[in-house]
Design a protein around this ligand. Structure first.
Ligand SMILES: [Zn+2]
Length: 303
């Protein structure tokens, strides 16, 4: 079984007038309705704020929840205007990521959050639609809570570099960050992951998949007991922000490569939704739905 964490607040926690395509969460959830009996949708609980302190500056965390971030700090995050649900939305999304990690590690080997992958959030500031970094929190918490997790691999295939994750986890010996992204996309100043693969704009399926396969070969030699997969679909040719030209089929092949890799290594994997900003949003929704359906299919064969 494949557990996916989802809460309607993922959508209504963003203001209607925000430029962010908030409908993508509820549309993906709706699209998957009745598509497979193998997906179990679960409502997450809110994260315990102490878990956010694991990888973030307490002062920054408390300012956010007290509503005292400066206009500049809020603007760097985006998603504006913020409505009254923004703090609970943040806690539910982080809760969904943590519970997906717990589900993958203790029960099903693969689980996902239909949101999250907030890889631009740094230790003491948010950025690029990301407030706190759920990937970093899951990495550190899984290492702390489970004896069987000694090394965590982060595979970030969003079109944007996982700069916040790289920067937060750089001092952790037992995490390995891999980011394959478009060199022309945000952030302007990239951080240093353990492996970065910057791609030129306009790259298409064949070249993209060949580069990915070559890098997965390198990752085969690294020790890890958990994969955190940021599966952003903003590499799609129709995306309004991403500069890569990958087809819907190409993204399915990409997902297949990562799923096969996790299965071959016999390690649990957590899937985070990441970016997707096509206009109309339906292209991104279909690509996200493909991803979750592929995961549910693979869950049958996991270990
Ligand atoms: Zn992105």
């Amino acid at each position: 079984m494949f557990e996916v964490f989802y809460h309607p607040i993922y959508t209504y926690g963003i203001d209607k007038s925000s430029r962010f395509p908030r409908e993508r969460y509820q549309l993906t959830r709706k699209y998957l309705e009745n598509k497979t009996s193998n997906i179990i949708f679960k409502k997450p609980n809110m994260i315990n704020i102490k878990d956010i302190y694991l990888t973030h500056d307490k002062k920054f965390v408390d300012s956010f929840f007290k509503g005292s971030l400066t206009i500049k700090e809020k603007r760097k995050i985006g998603l504006q205007p913020w409505n009254k649900h923004i703090t609970n939305r943040t806690r539910y999304i982080l809760g969904g990521s943590i519970e997906a990690m717990q589900s993958a590690v203790t029960k099903h080997n693969i689980a996902g959050n239909m949101a999250g992958g907030t890889h631009h959030a740094h230790y003491s500031f948010g950025s690029g639609y990301c407030i706190f970094n759920d990937i970093a929190i899951c990495a550190v918490k899984s290492l702390r809570d489970y004896d069987k997790i000694n090394n965590v691999l982060i595979i970030d295939l969003d079109v944007h570099q996982g700069d916040g994750t790289a920067s937060i986890l750089k001092n952790y010996q037992n995490t390995f960050t891999f980011s394959m992204h478009c060199e022309k996309n945000f952030p302007l100043i990239k951080m240093k992951s353990d492996i970065d693969v910057p791609l030129p704009g306009g790259i298409k399926d064949d070249d993209y998949l060949e580069i990915l396969i070559n890098n997965i070969d390198i990752l085969r030699n690294i020790k890890f007991d958990l994969i955190l997969f940021q599966a952003g679909v903003d590499i799609l040719i129709n995306d309004s922000l991403g500069y890569l030209d990958i087809s819907r089929e190409g993204i399915k092949k990409r997902n297949e490569i990562i799923l096969k890799f996790a299965k071959e290594k016999k390690v649990p994997m957590v899937v985070f939704m990441g970016g997707g900003y096509s206009k109309p949003i339906e292209h991104s929704v279909k690509a996200f739905s493909d991803l979750f359906l592929q995961c549910s299919h693979y869950s049958k064969f996991f270990i």
